[in-house]
Design a protein around this ligand. Structure first.
Ligand code: PLP
Length: 421
């Protein structure tokens, strides 16, 4: 039996299915490359996360950056989630998907004045600040608007999440957040008359596979939370961010219940609302990218399969050397295993999907599924090499719907074409 990172993509008679639908049927109808998502996966993961923290007052703000398709945001919103947005673009997506401003958090290490202004005007649930200078800017903009901005300071607890350095965000040398000492100074600043401190926030990184860094973070954040409350800051929430790891290859990731078991006893006595911002946990293994093999050739001892899926659709392998499992859409037990590099057609050596994979011989025209592509797949995609962005298809039971169609060349060209004169 071949390994699949999610139970929502399974083989039946050698054909890969997404829920009740043969993957091949979807690719034949909508072409490749194409993102295919399992709606049931998203729903079940959300419910699982929510249930794990049932014992404490909490809110889930879905990290829209992981998968910002409007239908995906809407699905989580209908389940009760708010949204954690990192830019005006993500905010507008959250709104379009039906979320009210009071259910949106504005995050980001470099928010523009325009983004802050819009956040305050619209009465977002909270604006996170990541530096003293930003706090002053928020105060200034709120004052100009004659409003009071609800703010939480992002504190950097200096915890090593033991993940990829590019997705480590809680170390003291990093660009994110401020030290607990700086945060104390910020919360104590009573010259900021247009700011209301409603909470305290952190996010230590992404794809964190053990509970220990979270336990250390929660202990440190709980201590700071108490100290601030004792000093008279009326904090209402503690925001722990996201980062909950998932299985891409054969990592031993913790079940969310194991995390809850360790941190709920620390959080409960704080008697505050706890905010979570999961992204990858909710979406990664609910999606796969379907690609088609264009050509196969030999390169030394290796086989190279050139597919029509590239770093433009799935940037994570090129950016982080990330692993994504590659599976045939149709299993071929009669073929031999070969060491295969699965690559894309873009003119970059970094354009690969998986290197040195033990795959049964692939042939021109075969379809492959690139697994665990529901997070940071489509949202990181680009038009490099003049390529069109892929469609996103959502499967729900036996139903298939297009949540975004393949980009049209005309829509990529019209603006520049009109300016040619
Ligand atoms: N919250 C913040 C502030 C983030 O920066 C991120 C990701 O970078 C997330 C939440 C979501 O992280 P993940 O998708 O790993 O859960």
């Amino acid at each position: 039996m071949e390994f699949l990172p999610s139970d929502y993509f399974t083989y039946r008679d050698n054909e890969l299915y997404c829920e009740e639908v043969p993957f091949r049927e979807i690719l034949e109808q909508y072409g490749t490359p194409a993102y295919v998502y399992s709606e049931r996966y998203f729903v079940d993961r959300y419910k699982k996360f929510d249930a794990a923290f049932a014992e404490i007052p909490h809110r889930i703000f879905y990290a829209v950056k992981s998968n910002f398709n409007l239908s995906v945001i809407k699905l989580f919103a209908e389940l009760g989630a708010g949204a954690d947005v990192n830019s005006m673009g993500e905010y507008l997506r959250a709104r379009k998907a039906g979320l009210a401003p009071k259910d949106v958090l504005l995050t980001g290490v470099g928010k523009t004045d325009e983004e802050i202004r819009r956040g305050i005007e619209d009465d977002l649930a909270m604006i996170k600040v990541e530096s003293y200078e930003e706090l002053r800017a928020v105060n200034e903009i709120a004052r100009e608007l004659g409003k009071v901005a609800p703010v939480a300071v992002r504190v950097n607890p200096d915890v090593d999440p033991k993940t990829h350095p590019y997705i480590t965000t809680g170390l003291k040398e990093g660009k994110f957040g401020v030290s607990p000492e700086e945060a104390r100074r910020m919360y104590a600043d009573d010259s900021l008359e247009a700011v209301k401190f409603v909470g305290i926030d952190t996010h230590i990184g992404s794809q964190i596979s053990s509970v220990e860094p979270y336990v250390e973070t929660v202990e440190k954040m709980a201590a700071t939370f108490r100290e601030l409350r004792d000093a008279g800051v009326p904090l209402e929430h503690l925001d722990l961010g996201g980062g909950y790891g998932v299985r891409y290859e054969n990592e031993d990731v913790f079940p969310v219940e194991a995390l809850a078991e360790r941190i709920v006893p620390i959080l409960k006595p704080l008697e505050c609302e706890v905010y979570f911002e999961p992204g990858r946990y909710l979406t990664a293994n609910g999606g796969a990218l379907g690609v088609k093999v264009l050509y196969v050739k030999k390169a030394g001892a290796k086989t190279v399969a050139v597919t029509d899926g590239a770093m433009t659709e799935l940037f994570r392998p090129a950016l982080y050397g990330a692993y994504h499992h590659v599976q045939p859409i149709t299993q071929t037990p009669e073929r031999d295993f070969l060491d295969t590099d699965v690559v894309g057609p873009v003119c970059e050596t970094a354009d690969f999907i998986g290197r040195g994979r033990r795959l049964r011989e692939v042939r021109r025209g075969d379809y492959l599924a690139v697994c665990s592509a529901g997070s940071y797949g489509m949202t990181m995609s680009s038009n490099y090499n003049g390529r069109r962005r892929a469609p996103e298809i959502i499967v729900s039971g036996a139903e298939v719907r297009v949540a975004r169609s393949r980009e049209e060349y005309d829509s990529l060209l019209w603006d520049e074409a009109e300016r040619l004169g």
